[in-house]
Design a protein around this ligand. Structure first.
Ligand SMILES: C[S@@+](CC[C@H](N)C(=O)[O-])C[C@H]1O[C@@H](n2cnc3c(N)ncnc32)[C@H](O)[C@@H]1O
Length: 238
């Protein structure tokens, strides 16, 4: 009991130790996930290159380049990934939503990427594509106002690239009951087992999602997951 209490104090008082403990405790689950959802070939390449290859595999495999697509991105920064999808899918009926504080990360993610990292000083990416709406602000302020945009029969891709546990679990919990069978989640930093992976692991057990891994880059750094959801989303239920 005393050991437990002392350990509890040490962990809660020291953010670095707490972060390390979370990483260590989530890592075995992450390894099990990789074993269980092994894909025939892991995509390799430089950081940006392998991510774009993963997008291409998903888009080709699921036939996403010509259909009306609903694309939500959490973590836009200067718009690199968002632009890939905007350029690849030219269907005029597609809609894209880019969520970001544009003030950078809300808390330290690592020693080199601290609170405020990725700030664009509130500047949104420049584009003349009328299909995109930028939604500036913290997710917990903006997302509740946008949930109706998920009420669509169109194929939906949710790209989670906000790095932190809190910035990934929040969107997942909010959108979870709005998602439908076949919707796709893409994670950009899945490899960080105490952040994006842990958020997906928690959300998938809360919503009891079935899923398949469509594609993954080396070490499961980025993954694309197709949801298998038996229930109708909240907006389609009578
Ligand atoms: C890694 S960057 C996104 C990179 C981008 N997808 C790309 O392809 O270059 C992460 C972004 O998430 C945003 N972010 C993280 N947590 C957030 C939150 N809770 N609310 C709003 N924005 C957040 C940061 O401002 C940052 O721009």
């Amino acid at each position: 009991m005393l050991i437990k209490q002392t350990l509890g104090h040490v962990l809660s008082d020291n953010p670095k130790i707490k972060a390390l403990a979370l990483k260590v405790s989530a890592y075995p689950d992450f390894l099990r996930f990789q074993e269980r959802f092994a894909v025939p070939e892991l995509i390799s390449g430089e950081a940006r290159e392998k991510r774009n290859k993963l997008f291409q595999v998903v888009s080709d495999q699921e036939g996403l380049s010509t259909i009306p697509l609903r694309y939500f991105e959490f973590g836009v920064h200067e718009g690199a990934s968002l632009n890939w999808w905007l350029e690849t899918n030219q269907n005029p009926a597609s809609r894209f939503f880019g969520f970001d504080s544009f003030e950078g990360l809300p808390e330290d993610w690592s020693r080199t990427k601290q609170a405020g990292y990725f700030s664009t000083n509130l500047k949104t990416p420049e584009t003349d594509d009328a299909r995109i709406d930028f939604v500036p602000g913290w997710f917990h302020r903006t997302l509740p106002l946008m949930l109706q945009e998920l009420e669509t029969e169109d194929r939906t891709v949710i790209h989670l690239d906000a790095d932190l546990y809190r910035s990934t679990i929040y969107p997942l919990l909010l959108i979870g009951s709005h998602l439908k069978d076949g919707d796709i989640l893409i994670f950009d930093e899945f490899l960080d087992s105490s952040h994006e992976f842990r958020a997906f692991d928690d959300a998938s057990s809360i919503f009891n999602w079935g899923f398949e891994v469509l594609a993954a880059t080396q070490q499961f750094a980025q993954v694309a997951i197709k949801l298998k959801i038996a229930e109708a989303p909240v907006w389609r239920r009578s």
